[in-house]
Design a protein around this ligand. Structure first.
Ligand code: ADP
Ligand code: MG
Length: 722
């Protein structure tokens, strides 16, 4: 066999299940030991310093510089006791990853070394970081960028480094990251939601968002991963014929977790627990070698920050296990891709989940108000929300028959649908069955409680009992990008809702009447976006078009929504993004799309020229030799029919492949000649992508014909099964 592939397979076969981070104690005994949480702060901070952090979290103020010095002293003591030598501001640039620049505590004075950490260093860093995409926000005379501590998210220690969750802004103050708009959107939502919540309970001061992120991922053996240049460089396989067996039998889904994987999971869970990440579930997913984990939900900032940290931890721990975690949304053609379902709800500071319907949702005006506002927000800005997760990676997944469809719709479940229909039609709500009923199987099995929030897995945005679940978020994405859009559009709907009530009351309507009128208005207005059926069916695509719901098909085309005056008004009025920041995001998104596609197209070309064609030609030469030999021995061409027809097929495919690879290079050049980044992205989408599909088709056909012994790259059947 091709030695490269053989070596990788041998090496992979030698990798075994091992534990590297086993603690042997109850999780509760070490949970959160690497987090500077409230309990720890009480031991290390003065009352004044502690209060400053609490005020930041509860009142949105920021700690003064002198208090920051006090906080830094306490933090340094704690971090050094836990073996930390460095600190870093950890921020979330526009690339879906995290960024860090480590700085040592150690300082040197008159030949003496001393550990130092000042309030200044805690609060602010100037990482320069001028190479991050910034969409023109830093191209002017002043290219400096600053990171600043976000006191609403706890400090923690990872790998001997004190990590300081931070925002990242330009010299001029514009956001260069995901966290700034996220924090601003939380404020916008809290302000708007609290106004509406006070209609029902005047004691409500603020409304927070709870988020639970389910993280899907693939695992691949390190040796096999290293033998696939495409996986290494682009995170996905750009060629690869499907395996004869993959997910057809659903035998992997929820199956027994393989030993190596289970050891890996236990290890990364241990490390995550030490960081205070409240992991709850783990299981096999649909595709072979695909898995999922999910923590208990938390406030939105913690949930998002911890998800980013979890991804780092998983990658680090995987290396120990000689594994690679693949977070790409579609690493393998033909099997399911990965997402990051975003469960989302709103809670008052008094502890009420505003999306909890209770036993009688039809009578629960508060629930109906908030539910209606979410629907209205999605009705008005569903395309924008879908675009918030539109990326090259995610585009390989969305709209296929697995991930949510490319068009936005909301699933509410039969009970709530009936309630909404009745309200819209002004009908009495007829008797319906209890929300919870029980099911008796056989005597010995405890009774099963059925809830009626029937799940519709084909919906991109589903109500699941007391929260919404946005399922189109990609597995590698920073969930903040979707979440701040969701917060912003719901905040707008809530503001309008409250205005509507005010004016109805001014016209003399009672409070309850006014609320009922607004609920009915919103349910009526959001009828088009409600859909309970099969989101994968072709009928729905047609029906959605009739209802005026646009799918996100072409990614750069979708990004044009950021130039829509409605979008600009939405973001600027809510104070979440300025015009300049929106424009910067638009540019960065296009730039990332172009660069990623450019890399993929290059890798595809390289692999075809350096791996696929040489293997195919070697096999052609063997066939030619065989045909000639047979002719010499038998003097009868017909006895070499198999070889001849195989040779013909392979030759044709090789010709097509080299022609298409050459065309791909030309298409890339053509696209690159566009000066404007958005125009370039559109050319990449229209000219480069279709050619990549064509090239892949020939390469995958060759994989089926060429002698397995000669094939140089690990195949799907090898990559996808432990
Ligand atoms: P499923 O796969 O059935 O959707 P999981 O248990 O994998 O369910 O994940 C559900 C996620 O939703 C978990 O993170 C859970 O904590 C979270 N969640 C539960 N209730 C809420 C809520 N009220 N608000 C936000 N997230 C929630
Ligand atoms: Mg889910």
């Amino acid at each position: 066999m091709a030695t490269f592939r053989q070596r990788a397979l041998d090496e992979a076969a030698a990798h075994t299940a091992n534990r590297y981070f086993e603690r042997g104690e109850a999780v509760s005994s070490y949970f959160g030991e690497n987090v500077f949480d409230l309990e720890t702060m009480k031991n290390y901070l003065s009352a004044q310093a502690l209060q400053a952090i609490l005020d930041a979290r509860e009142k949105g103020t920021h700690p003064q510089r002198d208090v920051a010095d006090q906080i830094a002293d306490g933090v340094k003591l704690w971090a050094m006791e836990r073996g930390a030598t460095h600190y870093t501001h950890l921020f979330q640039p526009l690339t879906d990853s995290t960024a860090e620049k480590h700085e040592a505590f150690i300082n040197y004075h008159n030949g003496r070394a001393v550990e130092e950490f000042s309030g200044e260093a805690l609060v602010q860093q100037e990482p320069d970081a001028s190479s991050f995409p910034n969409g023109g926000l830093r191209n002017t005379f002043e290219a400096r960028g600053y990171s600043a501590w976000d006191p609403t998210s706890p400090l923690f220690i990872l790998d001997g480094t004190l990590c300081i969750p931070s925002v990242f802004v330009a010299y001029t103050g514009e956001a260069l990251d995901m966290k700034v708009p996220h924090l601003k959107s939380l404020r916008a939502l809290s302000d708007a939601a609290a106004e509406v919540a006070r209609l029902f309970d005047p004691g409500v001061k603020s409304v927070g968002v709870n988020v639970g992120l389910e993280q899907e991922y693939f695992l691949v053996d390190e040796a096999l991963y290293n033998a696939r240049p495409d996986l290494r460089l682009s995170g996905r396989t750009v060629i690869g014929h499907t395996s004869a067996k993959d997910q057809q039998l659903d035998d992997h889904y929820f199956g027994a977790i393989p030993a190596r994987v289970s050891a890996f999971m236990k290890d990364f869970e241990t490390e995550a627990y030490r960081l205070g990440i409240r992991l709850k579930t783990r299981h096999n997913e649909v595709a072979p070698n695909q898995f999922e984990c999910a923590p208990l939900y938390a406030d939105a900032t913690t949930a998002i920050d911890q998800n980013m940290i979890l991804m780092i931890v998983m990658q680090k721990v995987a290396e120990k296990h000689r594994l690679r975690v693949i977070f790409h949304e579609k690493p393998f053609g033909g099997v399911n891709g990965s997402g990051k379902h975003c469960n989302w709800s709103m809670t008052t500071d008094t502890g009420i989940n505003l999306l909890s319907p209770g036993k009688t949702p039809e009578k629960n005006l508060r629930f109906l108000s908030f539910f209606a506002c979410v629907l209205k927000g999605i009705q008005d800005h569903g395309f924008l929300l879908m675009t918030s997760v539109a990326s090259l990676n995610n585009s390989y997944r969305l709209g296929g028959n697995e991930a949510p469809p490319a068009v936005m719709s909301v699933f509410s479940g039969s009970t709530l649908s009936a309630v909404m229909d009745a309200i819209v039609n002004g009908e009495e709500i007829s008797e319906r069955k209890e929300i919870k009923s029980t099911m008796d199987i056989i005597g010995t099995i405890p009774e099963i409680i059925q809830d009626n929030t029937d799940r519709n897995r084909t919906s991109p945005f589903a109500f699941t009992g007391n929260r919404f679940e946005f399922r189109a978020v990609g597995s590698s994405q920073n969930a903040a990008a979707a979440e701040y859009v969701l917060n912003t559009i719901v905040a707008e709907a809530l503001r309008e809702f409250k205005k509507g009530i005010d004016s109805l009351e001014a016209e003399g309507k009672s409070r309850d009447e006014a609320i009922s009128v607004m609920i009915r208005r919103y349910f009526t207005a959001s009828r088009p976006v409600r859909f309970e059926g099969n989101g994968y069916s072709p009928e729905w695509a047609e029906e959605a078009a009739r209802r005026g719901l646009k799918p996100v098909r072409d990614i750069p085309e979708a990004y044009e929504i950021y130039h829509d005056p409605e979008t600009r008004r939405l973001f600027t009025e809510s104070g979440v993004l300025t015009e300049a920041e929106i424009e910067a995001r638009y540019e960065v998104l296009n730039e990332i799309y172009v660069k990623k596609l450019q890399i993929e197209a290059r890798i595809l070309g390289d692999i075809c020229l350096n791996h696929v064609l040489p293997a195919a030609i070697r096999y052609e030469n063997l066939l030619i030799k065989g045909i000639k030999g047979k002719l010499e021995i038998f003097g009868d061409e017909s006895l070499a029919e198999t070889e001849t027809s195989l040779l013909k097929d392979i030759s044709k495919l090789c010709n097509a492949l080299s022609k298409d690879v050459a065309a791909l290079v030309e298409a890339r050049k053509g696209a690159n000649s566009e000066k404007d980044i958005a125009a370039r992205a559109k050319r990449y989408s229209s000219d480069v992508r279709p050619l990549m599909d064509k090239v892949r088709k020939s390469a995958d056909s060759l994989e089926m014909l060429v002698d397995d012994e000669l094939w140089p790259l690990p195949k799907y059947r090898e990559l996808l099964f432990f």
